[in-house]
Design a binder for this molecule. Structure first.
Ligand code: NOJ
Length: 554
């Protein structure tokens, strides 16, 4: 009996400290500001907060270019403020996860500066060098159109260094035992300060062999077990949630056959096919993706998401599928990024259509795994396409109708607050939505509460039921003799489906609607006939009141 895997039935909320709430009034969000907003997050119902990088950084890649792994950037506060924050979370039963960015450092990091100075530097072998320009220097680029190579010549040391990402992010030589020891030390440090886990950046690249002539990563999976062992020896409940946009046939290499490597991975396969389904109404590729990512160890979990802080990466879709998503959600060149994705936020992509946003979020809550919510999506925040690359979707949180959306007292926020059009703070903000029982925010709070009351989704086995209608996805979850059935209609018109009671039920003829009084009773031949309006969704408990008798925790 596994009772303690908190991440199986949680709701993770991702935010960037600098964008959330500015208490100091200097225009940048900070830990004291975030601390004041913890009651809001608790009220919303999140069970874990994932903080994007907040360590000292020249900020050339949104903080994913770190110069000191053991400190807080002074823009956001001090280590003391950080500990006040983790303590505040602990008091409210919210766990804290932080980004762990150890594939690379900033080129300003003292390790790299020292490594450049001399070939005898103790840090020289912490990075990846080549005396000559490697033949594959233009291969394996992650940000096409912006990044031009993966090797850059360093005048100071008269050698080329490897960088999977931008040239100011030299890769750490993660095969070096000293580097590995340092990574563990970094984890140990933050664990000691109260975090319950790490969102590990760029995992396939962290564990790759790094050397000239390796344009594609060759992974050393054993490293993942070392990370996990260390983590769990230090703090039993701590986890790693991996950013690894990989093909399903390597999933078990990442999770470990025995569940001895990563606890969680983002499900990029489901994410991309989900957007294809939202764009076209065709759920078949999504179903294939769910089947392809079905097998995982019992203790492992998928992290599902809609949008995140990066572009919506559509690189795993076929060309036709990708073009279909572009046409629906990002038709203009300026909305697209890196030849593979869309940089907009969710609400503008769905044109602020409430029914579609509810459909998308109801799916996020009910797909196999644990939902990861992006700050601001709970109120339907928009984007600012005049900002470069991914900054468009990282604008300050919109709290109220006060100047700068109540984010800061400064008139110079570090990124402009969206203040024009239908997504401006005057229209989209927390304060107004909080008072309106029908608002997206209050709907979101209710759906998140319901998600937590349905542990079958996080813990159970799922079956995809045939509906005979490609636009309607029917998922049944079973766990400990309890079952739920969730239906989603991706079409822009109503659909009626018939489900055989035998397929959904172990005897009772009732499907109890968890979100309204609209229950379903089977007809005499045992069929449920359910009409879903355009973009409609239903969450049913299977077996009606029997469930209350069977369930052990009520
Ligand atoms: C993945 C992060 O999500 C992205 O924002 C960042 O630019 C790269 N890793 C490099 O750290």
């Amino acid at each position: 009996m596994i009772n303690d895997l908190w991440y199986k039935n949680g709701i993770i909320y991702c935010l960037n400290v600098g964008s959330f709430m500015d208490a100091s009034g200097d225009g940048t969000g900070d830990f004291p500001g975030l601390l004041r907003r913890l009651d809001y997050l608790q009220g919303l119902g999140v069970t874990a907060i994932w903080l994007m990088p907040f360590q000292p950084s020249p900020m050339r890649d949104g903080g994913y270019d770190i110069t000191d792994y053991y400190a807080v950037d002074s823009r956001y506060g001090t280590l003391g403020d950080f500990v006040e924050f983790t303590h505040g979370c602990q008091q409210r039963g919210i766990r804290v996860m932080i980004d762990l960015v150890v594939n690379h450092t900033s080129d300003q990091h003292p390790w790299f500066q020292d490594a450049r100075r001399s070939h005898d530097s103790p840090y020289r072998d912490w990075y990846v060098w080549s005396a000559d320009k490697p033949a594959d220097a233009e291969s394996g680029i992650v940000f096409p159109g912006v990044q031009t190579s993966t090797w850059t010549y360093d005048d100071a040391s008269q050698a080329w260094y490897f960088h999977r990402f931008f040239h100011f992010q030299p890769d750490l030589n993660t095969a070096n035992p000293h580097v590995q020891a340092e990574i563990l030390k970094i984890m140990g440090f933050w664990l000691q300060l109260g975090v319950s886990g790490f969102r590990m950046d760029a995992v396939p690249f962290v564990i790759a062999v790094k050397a000239p002539g390796q344009p594609q990563p060759v992974e050393q999976y054993d490293m993942l077990r070392t990370f996990r062992e260390f983590l769990q020896w230090r703090v039993g409940e701590a986890i790693i949630l991996a950013e690894a946009n990989v093909l399903p046939d390597t999933d078990l290499d990442y999770f470990g056959d025995d569940g001895d490597r990563l606890h969680m991975m983002f499900n990029f396969q489901v994410n991309q096919t989900l957007f294809y389904a939202l764009a076209t109404g065709d759920t078949r590729p999504l179903i294939e993706a769910m089947d392809a990512t079905r097998s995982k160890p019992a203790t492992a979990q998928w992290g599902n998401f809609l949008r995140n802080h990066d572009e919506l990466d559509l690189g795993r879709l076929s060309e036709d599928q990708r073009q279909a998503v572009f046409a629906a959600f990002g038709p203009e060149r300026d909305m697209q990024l890196y030849d593979r994705g869309i940089r907009r936020r969710l609400a503008p992509m769905l044109r602020g259509n409430r029914a579609r946003m509810e459909l998308a979020y109801s799916l996020l809550m009910t797909l196999p795994g644990t939902p990861v919510v992006r700050y601001g999506d709970e109120i339907g925040m928009g984007d600012d396409l005049s900002l470069p690359e991914r900054s468009c979707a990282r604008t300050p949180m919109q709290w109220s109708t006060e100047p700068q959306g109540g984010f800061t007292k400064s008139d110079k926020p570090y990124l402009p607050v969206i203040s024009r059009g239908s997504f401006g703070y005057q229209t989209i903000n927390v304060a107004q939505q909080r008072r309106d029982p029908e608002s997206l925010l209050n709907w979101m709070e209710r759906i998140m509460r319901m998600r937590k009351e349905v542990p079958e989704i996080g813990w159970g086995d799922f079956a995809i039921l045939g509906t005979g209608t490609p636009e309607v996805l029917a998922l049944r979850y079973d766990w400990r003799n309890n079952a739920v059935l969730v239906l989603h209609n991706f079409a822009d018109t109503a659909r009626e489906i018939a489900l055989d009671v035998a397929a959904v039920d172990g005897g009772s003829r009732d499907l109890i609607n968890l979100l309204s009084e609209d229950h379903s009773h089977a007809d005499d031949s045992g069929q449920h006939h359910i009409r879903l309006e355009a973009y409609g969704y239903r969450w049913f408990r299977v077996g009606g009141l029997d469930y209350l008798l069977k369930r052990s925790d009520v």
